[in-house]
Design a protein around this ligand. Sequence first.
Ligand SMILES: Nc1nc2c(c(=O)[nH]1)N[C@H]1C(S)=C(S)[C@@H](COP(=O)(O)OP(=O)(O)OC[C@H]3O[C@@H](n4cnc5c(N)ncnc54)[C@H](O)[C@@H]3O)O[C@H]1N2
Ligand code: MOO
Length: 389
Amino acid sequence: MDRLLRIRDGILAALLPVGAEDVPSEEALGRWLASPALASVPAPPHTCAAMDGYAVRAGDVTGPAVLPVRQTIYAGDVPAAALAPGEAARIFTGATVPQGADAVVREEATREEGGGVRFLEAARRGEHVRQAGEDVPAGGLALAAGVRVGPRQAALLRAVGGPVVSVRRRPRVAVLSTGDEVVSGRTPDSNGEAVAGLVRALGAEVERRPVPDRLEAVVAAIRDALASADAAVTIGGVSIGARDLVPEALAHLQADVRVHGVPMKPGKPFLFALAGGAPVLGLPGSPSACLVAFEVFARPALLALCGAARTERRVVPLRLAAPAEGRPGRARLLWAAVEPGGRARPLGRDSAQVRGPALADALLFVPADAGDLPEGAEVAAWLLEDCAG
Ligand SMILES: Nc1nc2c(c(=O)[nH]1)N[C@H]1C(S)=C(S)[C@@H](COP(=O)(O)OP(=O)(O)OC[C@H]3O[C@@H](n4cnc5c(N)ncnc54)[C@H](O)[C@@H]3O)O[C@H]1N2
Ligand code: MOO
């Protein structure tokens, strides 16, 4: 894994995130924060009851006691008055605790009695009271820069955030599916479908274009794409065949090819270049190879462009549910289904398969020197469906 991660880190070091813009907080869903979001109001917003019951001064209820009830406070109410010594206030969960009260006694520990309430036991100072800001203090960090605003993060911003947040603008990514067989439709553009969807899922805007196997066409497609896009992802034509024109097209464009060929199977022909400073990610055409190279290199690179603080998938150790073949010299990446109980079942090995990626929950990493692995062997697994937010 180390060699692949070093290559990946070299790519990441060559990339800068796109610029930032301010958006209204309620429009931040799906965006990447460019600056930390600070709490402009605390959570909870005021000191409030954690239970339905009675707000009291704990010093008035040091054992069984009866107190008069002079006010009722519901969630959303502003208490009509401070709590006078020797009184109780009926209160409900989430309602503001009146000035003077320092405890809430649960309804179950009381009995109504005449116009007042009987407390069956002593109250403890602070019990069932949530202090304003104990979850998130005003001015405190709500979300760090580089975090994606998903639905749960949007909830936090809604609770404590200000009217605007600074987010990265959406990167524009061109997805260029090369090959006459793809242009003609004899080979369905299944890779383009997957890659466009995966890139959109990161929050980027995608423009797709099929490109025929002619050098001028590949050169023009990459050049035109980068006139408006922040990055180009090419698919196919990156190996050594007579019609594998992506490397030649990049030479024409005087691109700086930083990576061409990586020690892994599938996905070996992967390419990374900077053309006029913009990243070009060259994925192999064979479907499984394409999507493995996307996972290992393109996804982290595009996340860096999006301004993500974390670009890698979560890695967990999993045991194999079936043996896996090793391959001296090249690390092997295997699509796998995670079974109930947590074992990982590899889903085929062919670079051209489309089924394995579709059924996978994880991508397993078998090191180059591992040899054949028996059932039960522990492997590193990249979980495919964790948060990118
Ligand atoms: N003599 C050698 N041949 C090959 C080598 C090698 O080192 N020496 N490398 C092999 C490896 S490894 C891979 S992976 C493939 C990938 O090559 P390319 O990236 O150049 O891909 P293509 O040749 O253009 O296409 C391969 C295969 O994939 C299909 N394809 C292409 N685009 C799409 C698409 N958008 N959606 C679905 N399928 C697509 C294409 O029709 C071909 O069948 O090369 C080995 N060869
Ligand atoms: O990347 Mo190729 O898929 O090694 O066969």
